[in-house]
Ligand binder design. Sequence first.
Ligand SMILES: *[C@@H]1O[C@H](CO)[C@@H](O)[C@H](O)[C@H]1NC(C)=O
Ligand SMILES: *[C@@H]1O[C@H](CO)[C@@H](O)[C@H](O)[C@H]1NC(C)=O
Ligand SMILES: *[C@@H]1O[C@H](CO)[C@@H](O)[C@H](O)[C@H]1NC(C)=O
Length: 328
Amino acid sequence: MTPFSTLVALLATLAHAADYYNPIRNDSADPFMVYDQGNWYLLSTGGDVGITSAPTVAQLANAERVPVFSSTNTSYDVDYWPPEVHNFDGTWYIFTTAASSTAQDRDASRRIHVLKGGSTPAGPYTYAAQLGANVAGDQWAIDPTVLFDGGNHYLVWSCHDEAAYNAQSICIGQLNGPTELLNRVVISTPTNGWEQNGFPVNEGPSAVYYNGRTFLSFSASYCGTAQYSLGILAYNGNGILNPSSWNKTGPLFTSANGDYGPGHNGFVLNPGTTQDWWQVYHATPKSSGGCDNSRNTFFQKVNFDSNNFPVFGQPEAVGGPYAGPPGE
Ligand SMILES: *[C@@H]1O[C@H](CO)[C@@H](O)[C@H](O)[C@H]1NC(C)=O
Ligand SMILES: *[C@@H]1O[C@H](CO)[C@@H](O)[C@H](O)[C@H]1NC(C)=O
Ligand SMILES: *[C@@H]1O[C@H](CO)[C@@H](O)[C@H](O)[C@H]1NC(C)=O
């Protein structure tokens, strides 16, 4: 490029990078975000499934949250804990936990359900299926996400497999399309001290890929403590469904700068790139931590070290402005 065209390209980049402030949205726990055709779509835990969309990260703060799904079927009518939206062959599907309002033990009724949408993440959505009912017994399941590897899709979630370990753990299973789960393997249990503050917990998995490597982040410890944090399961190539294929490291992202219990993240690409990863996560300003609506959604860049391993740094302080992703 000539110096002049380089300058024009630089100015074009700068013109598109809107500054943003953290948190990017308040009262927004367990966030997940995608970008599609000029808009960001932010989902978080709620009483129904809702989506907030805007052309820039900064505009998500005040954009309207649009409800896209609720149900009167008492098998799955409450507690839509973190919905995520994923694309299968051009169609968007929401994966969400739901519980039954009429169950004698509401907590025990939590299962993963799939909603079918259309050609953009905006919806509308219709109920499609429950996942996992036929896989080695029907078990408690929350926090679904999708991992892609070698053309296969896998569901990853927080499970409670008492035979493996009597606490919330991370499970993975292969998907046959978006609506059928074929199997289930426990790949991480909360056996280290940093995973056991409050209660032993592994939850909120999210996949990220970099220079041929595959990682799952997850959240460790109880959300109601300031020690809620992120760890990483690094895939070592010996088979996705093999528990010994996942090397655990943590804690890698912990309370700092007035943000407590940072976790339950989701990875999202700077638009138009294949490896410029950013993350959304929640944190609370309460120094005791909290599982309540004081959890706000933060957004920041993810770096990688010379081994192509994710580097989260520290949660960014409330305020800003922070430079937005250049591709938006
Ligand atoms: C959002 O939460 C932050 C603390 O994380 C607080 O400083 C800010 O005032 C809140 N914004 C609104 C609009 O309530
Ligand atoms: C409610 O959902 C359950 C489980 O999917 C299903 O068996 C039942 O038929 C549904 N009830 C209605 C009224 O649609
Ligand atoms: C995973 O851990 C095993 C056992 O500690 C080690 O031999 C291997 O090099 C690790 N692999 C990766 C990719 O970190």
